[in-house]
Design a protein around this ligand. Structure first.
Ligand code: RIB
Length: 296
């Protein structure tokens, strides 16, 4: 069983279903509203836990009702929440408009901004006790940098899902074992807005996996050859959390080697879009295996 330490965000998602996205200044009538547990960190933790990993989460919640619900959700999902702190700012929220299977999201980080390097130092033993560290960019960048440093101190691989994307400083890039942008985040992360992702990918053998929605994922082998693991055809209803499911699965299956981990992560990501909400469609290990067995 892979042990995964997730250092990241926890949000409540306020989700509106709408026939289309409103333009600036326009009002559009939506047809559904629901709240779902979310946040890239929590989503990745839940994805890994459902797939059989032993998951610990390091993050922050407010002392509000959303905080109570989000904490209970992580606990129900079997995630170790010893290092989830309550702080005196509101829990993170995301407003998400879902239209035609795609989504537009606005995140107010709130308590997630309180995930500090000091918080990580106090939980340092968790870095010693894990197999993989997994993080994203909805917590302060200095905290992600510190997580990479602590992962390095204990010789643990550090996966960074650079979402939401920003250009990453060179010192952080060099400390990360595996970067997992999607096709949009890839060029932003490398500060190469006009670059050719295929060329850039092969310049980072074994260090970058680029997810590409229903097309699957691309990476460069350690010999520098471009590799493609195809995606899977499913009936998609909501793509929110697909990237998080991919990342949680990738961390969980990393000990099987990059090719197999990417194959399984693609399948898990595909299954996740078949239900509404970031976490609702995330498969269990049994569901994932049954799905893969049914593939040609
Ligand atoms: O990746 C999806 C997540 O992004 C949502 O759950 C939302 O909380 C935002 O963080």
């Amino acid at each position: 069983m892979t042990r995964v330490l997730v250092v990241g965000s926890i949000n409540m998602d306020l989700v509106v279903s709408s026939p289309r996205l409103p333009r600036l200044g326009e009002t559009v009538m939506g047809y559904g509203f629901a709240t779902y547990p979310g946040g890239k960190g929590a989503n990745q933790a839940v994805a890994a836990s459902r797939l059989g990993a032993e998951v610990a989460m390091l993050g922050c919640l407010g002392g509000d009702e959303f905080g109570v619900q989000l904490r209970a959700n992580l606990e129900r999902e079997g995630v170790d929440i010893r290092h989830v702190r309550e702080v005196d700012v509101p829990s993170g929220v995301a407003t998400i408009t879902v239209s035609d299977c795609d989504n537009a999201t606005l995140v107010v980080p709130g308590a997630n901004c309180r995930v500090t390097p000091e918080h990580l130092d106090e939980a340092e033993q968790a870095f010693a006790d894990t197999d993989v560290v997994l993080s994203q960019l909805e917590i302060p960048l200095k905290t992600v940098r510190h997580a990479a440093m602590l992962a390095g101190r204990y010789g643990k691989p550090m996966l960074l899902n650079p979402a939401p994307a920003i250009p990453l400083p060179e010192d952080l890039l060099s400390r990360i074992t595996l970067l997992t942008p999607n096709e949009h985040e890839f060029l932003t992360m490398l500060a190469e807005p006009t670059g050719d992702w295929r060329n850039l990918l092969v310049q980072h053998p074994g260090k970058l996996v680029m997810s590409h929605g229903k097309h699957g994922a691309y990476y460069a082998s350690s010999a520098g050859e471009l590799r493609h693991e195809p995606g899977y055809v499913v009936d998609a209803v909501d793509s929110t959390g697909a990237g998080d499911t991919f990342n949680g699965a990738l961390a969980t299956f990393l000990p099987l080697g990059l090719k197999e981990a990417v194959r399984r992560a693609n399948a898990a990501g595909a299954l996740s879009v078949t239900r509404h909400g970031a976490q609702s469609g995330m498969p269990t290990l049994t569901e994932l295996e049954a799905f893969l067995e049914g593939q040609p």
